[in-house]
Structures are given as structure tokens and as C-alpha cells.
Design a protein around this ligand. Structure first.
Ligand SMILES: Nc1nc(=O)c2c([nH]1)NC[C@@H]1CN(c3ccc(C(=O)N[C@@H](CCC(=O)O)C(=O)O)cc3)C=[N+]21
Length: 284
């Protein structure tokens, strides 16, 4: 079988067109969705992701403000800034770019963000809402993956979804989101024994481990849907996924590429959440 490639980049462009129209309508009512991104330190990868977010915001007319702080910023200073942003009625979405420097406790920062402005969907309140099947801000990468599957009318109900990776921002929440869609979900991680006995049984295989070409064709069931969340920068500067794309292409029914797959959808769902927040804050 040769897989159909799901280009998140194209779907993202379609969705952003719709969002642009929606933002124009909101502007007529005097509401401009506004996102504030906080970037600490000078990690080149983080700077590049943040640039992508700025560009996408501009494209749909979301007002995006970047606050750049030195890596010497204390946790107290960051919490103070978050408190100011929480109280600023002109800010609908707050995103603190992860990872943070070691002297700052990530969880304390996430929990300081007003859940009603938590467009990343990382606050325990929003995670709890998602877990219990309520409407809320869903984490952007999981939500982007769900939207990609739905765009191809890929059945989720009753399917065996196997997730490789259990991070708080991708692995764990994508499982919950797909469980809400009535999938049967299995999590694999670094301590899983004989992992490919699980992956070979996946109808939908989602890989988010951050290791280039971790999954090979042998690990994939014929006709499976393969979603690659990896973002690995190679020595030649190119981006590659967690899946050996060329061999997997011959085995899967659908596959997402890296780049131009899940990444652009992550940013698009961030804009979606920011617009949703603006509407909620203005009772629209
Ligand atoms: N608070 C927080 N929220 C995040 O959502 C968040 C974060 N921190 N920290 C880092 C990760 C990573 N992430 C990506 C977003 C877009 C692409 C993306 O658009 N990638 C392009 C390629 C970009 C390039 O070439 O550099 C693509 O796959 O086609 C990748 C990675 C968001 N993250």
C-alpha cells in the first residue's frame, strides 16, 4: 500500500482563511483577538517556533505581542508578568514558550495563567475539563492531530490508537482527546517492553518521542494511519520526524510528513483557541 500524505500545512492554510473572515467579523464588533507570547532566553528553536506563531497570527488578523526576557529572569518576575497579563482585559491568550530555564518551575508558571486565557490548554483546570469530556481549550498539538484525522474522514470510534510518548503536552492529552472520540487507546513509553508488539497492532499510530526515525516500516501494521509529531533538527539543518517516512509511506494508508504536517496545525489551533477566548471574553 502507498499512503496518502496528510499535509497539515494545506489544511492549516484553509482553516486560517476561515479564521481570517471570522476575525474580520469580530473586528466589526470592535473585538480584536489578542495573543501574548512570552519567550525567555535565546534558544534558536524556540525563537523559530515563536516567529512562526507571529507570522500566522498576522495572517489571520490576530494581534500578537511578543515579550522577550533574558534567561536570567526569576520565577517571581515571570509570575508577576503573568499576573499583569491575567488582569489585562485586552489580552485574550497567554502563551509562555516551553521549555523554561532550569531555575523556573514550569508547573508553577502554567498554573499561574488564568485558565480562561490558557490558549495552550496546559492548565490543570483545562486538562481536567478535557479529561471529563467538557468543551475547553484543548492542547494545540493534540487538537491539530484530531482535526487532521477528521479532515480525511478517518474513523476514530472503535479504532485502536497507539501513542508512543507520554509527555504532558502531546502524548497524554492526545490519548484523552481520542478516547473522547471513542477510540481504544494504548500508551507506549520508554519503559514499555517489546514496544512493536503494540505499535504493529495500531490502526492509528501517533509518535511523539523526539527521536529521529524511531519508528520503521516493520513497526507499522499494513494500512495503519501514521501521525508523526517529531521535530528533530538534523546536522544539515533540516527537520525530520520520529518516523522513517520513506519506508512507512509504503505501509501506511495515511501518513503525516515532517515538516508540513502536524507543526503548522499546532500553530493554527493556537489561533483557534485565541479567537475562541476573545469571543468568550466578550460574550460573543
Ligand atoms: N508553550 C508552548 N506551546 C507550544 O505549542 C510549544 C512550545 N511551548 N514549545 C515548543 C513546541 C514545539 N511547537 C511547534 C510548533 C510549530 C512547529 C512548526 O510549524 N513546524 C514546521 C516547520 C518549522 C521549521 O522549519 O522550523 C513544520 O513542521 O512544517 C513546530 C513545533 C510548539 N510548541
Amino acid at each position: 500500500m502507498v499512503a496518502e500524505i496528510i499535509y497539515g500545512k494545506e489544511l492549516a492554510a484553509d482553516l486560517r482563511q476561515g479564521m481570517k473572515k471570522e476575525v474580520e467579523k469580530l473586528a466589526d464588533k470592535g473585538v480584536i483577538p489578542a495573543l501574548t507570547v512570552v519567550l525567555i532566553g535565546d534558544d534558536p528553536a524556540s525563537q523559530s517556533y515563536v516567529k512562526g506563531k507571529q507570522r500566522a497570527s498576522e495572517e489571520v488578523g490576530v494581534r500578537s505581542r511578543l515579550i522577550e526576557l533574558p534567561s536570567s529572569t526569576s520565577q517571581e518576575e515571570l509570575l508577576q508578568l503573568i499576573s499583569e497579563l491575567n488582569n489585562d482585559v485586552e489580552v485574550h491568550g497567554i502563551l509562555v514558550q516551553l521549555p523554561l530555564p532550569d531555575h523556573i518551575e514550569e508547573q508553577a508558571v502554567i498554573e499561574a495563567i488564568n485558565p480562561e486565557k490558557d490558549v495552550d490548554g496546559f492548565h490543570p483546570i483545562n486538562i481536567g475539563r478535557m479529561l471529563t469530556g467538557k468543551d475547553t481549550f484543548f492542547p494545540c498539538t493534540p487538537y491539530g492531530i484530531l482535526t487532521m484525522l477528521q479532515s480525511k474522514n478517518i474513523q476514530i470510534e472503535g479504532k485502536h490508537v497507539v501513542i508512543v510518548g507520554r509527555s504532558n503536552i502531546v502524548g497524554k492529552p492526545v490519548g484523552q482527546l481520542l478516547l473522547n472520540e471513542n477510540a481504544t487507546v494504548t500508551y507506549c513509553h520508554s519503559r514499555t517492553k517489546n514496544m512493536n508488539e503494540f505499535t504493529k497492532n495500531a490502526d492509528i499510530l501517533i509518535v511523539a518521542v523526539g527521536k529521529a526515525h524511531f519508528i520503521q516500516a516493520d513497526d507499522i501494521k499494513d494500512g495503519a494511519v501514521v501521525v508523526d509529531v517529531g521535530v528533530n533538527r538534523m546536522d544539515n539543518g533540516k527537520l525530520t520526524g520520529d518516523v522513517d517516512f520513506d519506508s512507512a509511506l509504503e505501509k501506511a494508508s495515511y501518513i503525516t510528513p515532517v515538516p508540513r504536517g502536524v507543526g503548522p496545525m499546532t500553530i493554527t489551533m493556537l489561533l483557534h483557541n485565541t479567537i475562541k477566548s476573545a469571543k468568550q471574553h466578550h460574550q460573543l
